[in-house]
Design a protein around this ligand. Structure first.
Ligand code: F6R
Length: 609
């Protein structure tokens, strides 16, 4: 989604702004722009498409300046076009904005009456005019910006620049992430620390309601009413190299193949122990989990699917009731709260607006036992939970989530074991065996990745299809859901997933020779039932693509293509069975020539509702 970079330094900061935008490209965007204070006043450049287009404009114009703001835009209000690209300007000042101003229509109407002219369809332009209007009452840009934002409703991260203030950038945050980067050569702000690693690792995270004034050698943070506040400076431990593509063609491919390492890193703290320590989720884990009677998991998209798998584990292994909800539904639903519920939020980015709001909603209902499983240690979500577990998947750049999903699953399995242990349901020898199985996962996943050539061959046949049906049963039904999501988001093939037992309750009507049916068929207690469901598909002429376990006694026959996974992996098999589905989606998208890492209309980090 939208990205912000701002800089004020003792040198030309154009390359810092452009490199920062490039580092944010993975979030998804459709236009980019920047504004600089130059000796000739404010200079604004904007381009539809990639940051490279903006860069070409910058070099053609020779733009330079020591204070500037820059932005990548993911369209919400108004189509992607240059006119709607940020920065938006008013009376010698420029503004970039992430988030959504919910009362923009009322503000626009008022500002028009006051004589301000609008040149875009965006909600952001009202902010530029509001600050300009406030500057008529006070000469101070910081005070004027704070006065303007008291009139805003919604979510925002903002950066403001004025041509008569060549050594000053103002920023503010409410609901959308924003942080400061400090250095001896200048001060910076960005929506994501990765944008600033090129110049500094000294980071100050702003909190909701914070505003800051940056100059080249100082910064100050206040609340919106001007009360000064101090926020801790931290050192970012993000790896600058982790966002390099290396030998891979796409980030998604790189991230699929990184899964063994991502899992090994995530599980590293287990060491060689034969028993699991609850402290993995935070020093006070036992205290928080002591009276927990049920688990509520809230998340979006792929993270939601990880939650659905975990429900099977938590109920079967730990014997604890679990419900799983889509965050955007939960936050607006009248639910029945129980203060002895552990609320688990799952998120790769830790910045998903709906997941953050769902957590706030649960807390407001009195549910304070909270745990997040998240891949970004410095994210908003991590700061807002009583317990936390950081998946160590490393930066995930491809919009389609892969390694974040499998590391979430591994973490949720650890949580299951901890609950089982605390509830007296984990005999020591079983515990040791479970930990051994977890430690073996990276090897098991590596073996599944070796199936890539066969999956690539299958993908040729899928590429011409319009629709696909995914089937699974039990804890592999969410894996079927995840396979369908991966295929639709990057190949744009319409795909649906069903629990196989539901087939004859409706979706069987869709099955004919043109409908490929993908079945997740591990060798578990439901295999024989699944085989009967697959017969129902064959009887209607449907072509079957089956991912089975080596010991499941399934072989190719007419219209039935079987790929055997090397190991049968019990409860953890969901982690292995998702891998071929990720590879299938990736290769189908390659054949279809879509933009694998940046699929149309999607953003990596969904920071608006
Ligand atoms: C799908 C995908 C999305 C995310 C969802 C939640 O491949 O990546 O469905 O899973 O937007 O994002 P996080 O996990 O960052 O909260």
């Amino acid at each position: 989604m939208c990205g912000i970079v701002a800089a004020v330094a003792d040198r030309n900061i154009v390359s810092v702004l452009l490199e920062g935008l490039r580092r944010l490209e993975y979030r998804g965007y459709d236009s980019a722009g920047l504004a600089l204070v130059t000796p000739n006043g404010l200079q604004r450049l904007r381009a539809v498409g990639r940051v490279a287009e903006l860069e070409a404009q910058v070099s053609a114009s020779g733009a330079a300046g020591s204070a500037g703001i820059a932005h990548t835009r993911w369209a919400t209000h108004g189509v992607p076009c240059e006119r709607n690209a940020h920065p938006h300007v008013s009376g010698g000042l420029a503004v970039v904005h992430n988030g959504i101003i919910e009362n923009h229509e009322a503000l626009r109407a008022r500002l028009k009456q006051e004589g301000y002219e609008f040149t875009s369809d965006t909600d952001t332009e009202v902010v530029a005019h509001l600050v300009a209007a406030e500057l008529k009452k006070t000469p101070d840009l910081f005070a004027a910006t704070r006065a303007a934002i008291t009139q805003l409703q919604g979510a925002y991260a903002l950066a403001v620049l004025r041509e008569t203030d060549p050594d000053r950038v103002i920023v503010a945050r409410e609901g959308s992430p924003l942080l400061l980067g400090l250095s001896d050569q200048g001060n910076y702000a960005a929506s994501d620390a990765s944008a600033l690693l090129q110049v500094t690792r000294r980071i100050v995270y702003l909190e909701n309601g914070d505003c800051a004034e940056l100059t080249r050698d100082s910064y100050r943070i206040t609340r919106v009413d001007g009360t000064p506040v101090v926020r801790d400076e931290t050192e970012s431990h993000l790896s600058a190299d982790a966002v390099e593509l290396g030998p891979y063609r796409h980030y998604m491919q790189k991230e699929i193949f990184e899964q063994p390492v991502a899992l090994a890193n995530t599980l590293e703290m287990l060491g060689t122990a034969r028993s699991i320590q609850p402290g993995l989720f935070g020093a006070n884990t036992e205290e928080v989990l002591k009276d927990v009677r049920q688990v509520l998991i809230v998340a979006c998209g792929t993270s939601f699917h990880a939650g659905l798998v975990a429900r099977y584990w938590l109920e079967a292994i730990a014997g604890i009731p679990c419900s799983v909800e889509v965050a955007s539904e939960y936050r607006y639903r009248d639910s029945v709260p129980d203060s002895n519920t552990l609320v688990v939020t799952l998120s790769q980015s830790g910045e998903t607006a709906d997941t953050l709001a769902a957590l706030q909603h649960a807390k407001a209902l009195g549910m304070t036992k909270t745990l997040c499983i998240c891949n970004v240690p410095e994210s908003s979500l991590v700061r807002e939970n009583a317990l936390r577990f950081i998946t160590r998947a490393g930066p995930e750049i491809g919009v389609a989530s892969t390694k974040a999903f499998t590391t979430q699953l591994a973490s949720l399995y650890l949580l299951t074991l901890i609950f089982a242990k605390l509830r007296g349901r984990l005999a020591p020898e079983v515990e040791a065996a479970e930990l051994q199985a977890l430690r073996h996962l990276p090897v098991a996943v590596s073996k599944v990745l070796e199936l890539e050539p066969q999956i690539r061959a299958w993908s040729e046949r899928f590429a011409m299809k319009q629709d696909a049906l995914f089937l699974g049963r039990g804890r592999h039904y969410p894996i079927a859901l995840e396979g369908a999501l991966k295929l639709k988001e990057i190949s744009y093939i319409h795909a649906e997933a069903y629990p196989a037992g539901e087939l004859k309750h409706g979706p069987l009507a869709l099955v004919d020779k043109d409908m490929p049916v993908i079945a997740v068929a591990p060798n578990d207690a439901l295999l024989e039932k699944l085989k009967s469901n697959l017969q129902e598909v064959r009887a209607r002429g449907g072509e079957l693509y089956v991912f089975a376990d080596a010991d499941s006694e399934m072989t190719d026959s007419e219209g039935v293509h079987v790929l055997l996974l090397p190991e049968h992996y019990g409860q953890l098999s969901a982690l292995l069975h998702v891998i071929p589905l990720q590879l299938l989606a990736y290769h189908v998208a390659l054949v279809r020539g879509t933009d694998v890492d940046k699929p149309r209309n999607l953003a990596k980090s969904v920071t608006v509702e």
